[in-house]
Design a protein around this ligand. Structure first.
Ligand code: SF4
Length: 367
């Protein structure tokens, strides 16, 4: 029996690798057939891909490697430049971690990405999945890389009835049995490609699947219903107020967010009431009470509401507006946190997508 299973695992990885040799995706960080992986490219792409999809990452990856072709160059970069190129990729803390990791690799490991999982795990922003993926893809090590695509494939192969939230350990144990003895990096990437191209979320393309012979749901309409999930909790609704302050030259007041939570080190509009503060707003404000009147100004509430969805909550943004004169501007800038920025210089800032949305919506006010 054990021998029979071994044959099954081997047949599975062989079929998958044969398929990968023909159907593999061409990705900018991926080594071409017969080439050796560039560990810097693998590390950079894996950090960018955390909570972001491949298609979004590709242009960012190109911009980064064009500007900083090696990890040593990235390590020496000014963080503001990294932040500016990262803007729009989300989860800004990852950019900070990437820079810290690059600096550590450059100084402590001679600019070489460590070929050791424990060491990788000690680097900022490198968790279990990222370390495993780097070991497999960059160094061809026998590592069980399990991302969301691979969880979906194994849930279907075994027709796992428990919700994914409860079956991750089981999937990990099962997928571990299939690891081949060679071409480990290719095998990990072949599963990723199978999940992206064939065993896709709602309507898997079983007719094109190289491992249908091993799949309990292969070709069945219910396959798209796996993995099973726990019922979704509805997202918390939050309300925030954002201050759009324009000076006499048409520049906008920004604040560099030193806060280590959301938008850490990014350039934002001042805001209140929504980001886990004690005094969260309970609803959209209809009037500007004294405690909401930042700098004691006579703010105007703009009618258009901005809605934005984060991973754990939905945000209803009320934007308030004031055009300030020269004398008042000087008083405000006593506070070093704030600075006025001309519209033409916005591209030098690290502006999160929510703030971009606000600036675009109220573009006609910025002059
Ligand atoms: Fe997924 Fe269908 Fe292949 Fe099974 S046969 S792994 S459900 S694509």
């Amino acid at each position: 029996m054990a021998e029979k299973n071994e044959d099954k695992y081997k047949q599975f990885s062989n079929k998958l690798l044969d398929w990968y040799d023909i159907r593999r995706r061409t990705l900018p960080w991926r080594a071409a057939p017969g080439e050796i992986s560039n560990p810097y490219f693998v590390l950079l792409s894996e950090i960018m891909l955390q909570q972001t999809v491949v298609v979004t990452v590709i242009p960012y990856f190109f911009r980064f490697v064009k500007k900083w072709p090696t990890i040593n160059q990235l390590a020496k970069a000014d963080f503001n430049e990294i932040a500016s190129l990262w803007a729009g990729l989300g989860y800004y803390r990852r950019a900070k971690n990437l820079h810290e990791t690059a600096k550590l690799i450059s100084t402590k490991y001679n600019g070489l990405i460590p070929n050791n999982k424990e060491v990788l795990l000690s680097l900022p922003g490198v968790g279990e999945y990222t370390a495993t993926a780097i070991m497999a893809i960059a160094f061809d090590k026998k590592e069980n890389v399990v991302d969301g695509n691979i969880e979906r494939i194994f849930s279907r192969l075994y027709k796992i009835e428990e919700p994914l939230e409860h079956s991750k350990k089981k999937i990990r144990t099962l997928s571990n049995k299939y690891l081949p003895c060679k071409r480990n990096g290719d095998y990990a990437q072949s599963l990723m490609d199978l999940g992206s191209l064939v065993c896709i979320p709602r309507a898997p393309r079983c007719k094109s699947c190289p491992v249908i012979f091993a799949c309990k749901l292969g070709g069945r309409s219910e396959a798209g219903l796996y993995p099973k999930r726990l019922p979704k909790k509805s997202k918390e609704q939050r309300y925030g107020m954002f201050y759009l302050l324009i000076d006499n030259e048409g520049s906008v007041l920004f604040r560099t967010n030193k806060n280590e939570r959301l938008f850490a080190n990014m350039d934002v509009l001042p805001s209140v009431g929504w980001n886990g503060e004690k005094e969260n707003l309970k609803t959209s404000p209809k009037i500007i009470s004294k405690d909401l009147a930042l700098f004691n100004l006579d703010w105007e509430i703009l009618e258009t509401k901005i809605n934005h969805v984060f991973t754990h909550f939905k945000l209803d943004c009320t934007v308030v507006f004031f055009r300030i004169n020269k004398k008042m501007t000087k008083n405000l800038l006593i506070n070093k946190e704030y600075r006025f920025v001309k519209k033409k210089d916005f591209n030098q800032l690290a502006i999160p997508s929510l703030i971009n949305k606000i600036l675009t919506t109220f573009e006609d006010k910025i002059y």
